[in-house]
Design a protein around this ligand. Sequence first.
Ligand code: GDP
Ligand code: IMO
Ligand code: MG
Length: 421
Amino acid sequence: MVDVILGLQWGDEGKGKIVDFFAPRYDLIARFQGGPNAGHTLYVKDKKIVLHQIPSGIFHEGTVNLIGNGVVLDPITLKKECESVAAFGVDFRKNLYIAQRTHLILPTHRALDKASEMLKGEGKIGSTLKGIAPAYMDKTGRNGLRVGDLLDKTFTTQYIKLRLKHQKLLDSVNFQEDLSEWEEEFFEALDFMRQFKIINGEYFINDKLSKGKTVLAEGAQGSMLDVDFGTFPYVTSSNTISAGVCTGLGVAPQQIRDVIGVSKAYCTRVGRGPFPTELDDAVGEDLRKKGNEFGSTTGRPRRCGWIDGVALKFACMINGVTKIVMTKADVLDTFEELKVCTAYSINGQTTEEIPFQMDRMSIEPVLQTFKGWNTDITAAKKFADLPEKMKEYIQFVNKYLGVKISYISNGPGRDQLIENG
Ligand code: GDP
Ligand code: IMO
Ligand code: MG
């Protein structure tokens, strides 16, 4: 049986904390897509740690962690991350596995990412510049190098061939940057990676499933950044939705039980692209300040706005969400008024559907207003402790989406999670 935890918005919903919380209930935690564009924040013994590629179950002894084939993996980042988790006493050599079909991010992928954003100019995506799109392009273009190739004698020859191809592309756009330092680090990191348990991920996971073991699949980014269903072209380059679990790990759809969708009690987006409920005013600024909304990977300020019911309903539909976790509810503690977007108004027409080419139209959110609860909820332990006004807010979103908000997160700490009923 596989349960999935994934983001329902534009990323940074608090997935890392939620995966860390639920991890002890599972035998295996697996990342199925994305790469070091992700930044998942956890608090371990009151110390903050941000994971980019290692699954968020790594701090629990007894859970196996797998980087699945759907991920694009940067060896340099992986080495650094391993060193930082080792500082917490984690024996990553024992419980971190990597699927051999996982594609590698090369230094030239990062350079190509930068070059592509430069060429796009005004139309740039706001990529994290971690080489994600070029690495996935080499995967679908059937050129990429995979983790399993590391163990092959021809690896260096294959690398040189691909690097030359990349260099030609970089030269053609006159992109000049000295990559020698990156490359040196890259080869050091590859040597480090060769000590890992590089395995056949699909047999590994299916063998566990056939023995009745439980798997938690950890999503990166969010549903509105999905390459097919997100706000294209302002998206990432992988399938972030639940369907990505099957291709990203090699498990059959019948194995999936719960799809746990994580959403903030409001909404944020980092990078460019449509964001209908964005608040470009003092309220948005207040959300950013109180929610400490600065990117975990790039440190960029996150754009902030009200919760977008239209986008959430869409995300629930395409993911088959069975439970919702509402995070950062405490950030709204001091707001006099709260708003929920229940429809979009486009050229005077109201719709509850996500339109095609959202980036090319002017969308006015239709907002329903709620009174704030004006109570500090960070110490609440059970649903009954929560203020009535907050329960009304949750109840409304719950009813609008038709999916239960099963948990409410009321702070970044491991123990700040309240079950609803
Ligand atoms: P992820 O990418 O989905 O894992 O989310 P990030 O880690 O990028 O961003 C979420 C941020 O919110 C992190 O700094 C978390 O520590 C923090 N966080 C998570 N849940 C809560 C919560 O319920 N309340 C508050 N105040 N912060 C939270
Ligand atoms: P987690 O897992 C928020 C955004 C980037 C950019 C777009 C494309 O922490 O939620 P990419 O580098 O993937 O080519 O960038 O996607 N983005 C994220 N935004 N959280 C993330 O991950 C993101 N990963 C990518 O800001 O707009
Ligand atoms: Mg993040």
